[in-house]
Design a protein around this ligand. Structure first.
Ligand SMILES: O=C(O)C(=O)C[C@]1(C(=O)O)C=C[C@@H](O)C=C1
Length: 367
């Protein structure tokens, strides 16, 4: 299945001053001085194409700093006039959209806490009708690809064709080094469904702490993401929100300088030839794997019929354990990851059980 989004390529609406595309600025606009000072430093890095700042902040508990509000729009306007950087803010209600558009904000983004709620997204989409503004949609808090896609579709159906997704990681109960688990598979899946949709990465929210930002940023670029949104602050130690994950503009420069930019393809004929040769070998091996899986499944069916005729259970725990043990030992000798091998075997065993259940049920129907 492919998504049917009507979108314009990123290059037609985003002027990237230096590769890769970096959107940066404070988590929150706190004071006019703080925003302007950060904007100038960020501009002077020469690495940043868009200035970001949160002015309406959804906070988990009441009583925390909830953003400076509409006054921040005037500060952003001034920052843009002084630095020439286009601006981006998060919007979460129709009123935010109206105010941001009236103040000439260049890019709007929808935050993870809004993307989870189709009512909120629809309200934002309705307010966007007729506007020609780029919109970026962060993934929902929970790892639900359909919600992310639904939000992108709602915004697109409102006529927004300058559209991008932002991967900011997902909330998880499991203890992790990250504030939000990257769960790269979901972003890769979205890219597969909509190859034309630009996906940016937000390492600040994935990491929650600045030390991990370089690693996640590199991984995002290596997964062919089109840019990075990295929070920066003149003095992160006194930031009013997300102090641990913001970086100074100087640190931002270092992070970006250390990134290796890899292209999606190479025009070097030697590379292309060698890659083709290796891919041909992979094609042959994939064919063999599938052929062998087909042969294995035929045996599983035979066993299924045999079990049915002798009233023997499908699940054979001892045999399954024996398989797991022997194959993971072989796999480790072949330098395959244990985790990976177990996952493959579990998939195969699950399919055997499904197939044999079908065979057993066929017997019930006949009787
Ligand atoms: O050995 C069997 O009894 C089978 O049916 C085969 C098989 C397998 O896929 O290898 C399937 C189900 C059992 O739980 C154990 C093993």
């Amino acid at each position: 299945m492919k998504l049917n989004l009507n979108i314009q390529p990123l290059s037609s609406w985003m002027k990237v001053s230096s590769e890769p595309l970096i959107i940066s600025g404070p988590c929150s606009a706190e004071t006019e001085e703080q925003l302007l000072a950060t904007a100038h430093l960020v501009k002077n890095t020469g690495k940043v194409s868009v200035l970001r700042a949160g002015i309406w902040k959804p906070r988990t508990r009441p009583g925390e700093f909830e953003g400076i509000g509409s006054i921040g729009l005037q500060w952003l306007k001034r920052a843009k006039e002084e630095t020439g950087l286009p601006t981006a803010v998060e919007v979460a209600t129709a009123k935010h959209v109206e105010e941001a558009l009236a103040a000439g904000v260049d890019i709007l983004w929808i935050g993870a806490r809004s993307t989870v709620n189709p009512f909120t997204v629809q309200e934002i989409a309705d307010a966007l009708q007729g506007a020609d503004v780029p919109v970026m949609v962060k993934n929902p808090i929970n790892p639900d690809l359909a919600l992310w896609i639904g939000a992108l579709e709602r915004i697109n159906r409102a006529g927004i064709t300058k559209l991008a997704a932002i991967h900011r990681g997902f909330s998880s109960f499991e203890k992790s080094a990250y504030r939000n688990e990257p769960m790269w598979d979901l972003a890769i899946h979205l890219k597969t469904l909509a190859p034309e949709l630009p996906i940016l990465n937000d390492p600040s929210h994935i990491c929650g702490t600045r030390d991990l930002i370089p690693y996640i940023s590199q991984q995002a670029l290596d997964l062919d993401m089109q840019g990075l949104m990295i929070e920066s602050h003149i003095d992160p130690s006194v930031a009013w929100t997300d102090a641990k994950q913001q970086v100074t503009p100087a640190a931002l420069t270092e992070i970006v300088n250390n990134l290796t930019i890899r292209k999606a393809d190479s025009s070097n004929p030697e590379f292309t030839d060698k890659l083709q040769g290796l891919r041909d070998s992979i094609d042959r091996i994939d064919d063999q794997i599938l052929q062998k899986l087909g042969e294995r499944m035929a045996l599983v069916e035979k066993i299924g019929e045999y079990k049915r005729d002798n009233d023997v259970t499908i699940l054979q725990v001892n045999r399954w354990e024996e398989i797991l043990e022997k194959r993971t030992a072989l796999a480790s000798a072949l330098k395959l990851e244990k985790d990976f091998t177990e996952k493959v075997l579990e998939l195969i065993h699950g399919e055997s059980i499904r197939k044999q259940t079908e065979i057993m049920n066929a017997k019930t129907e006949l009787n």
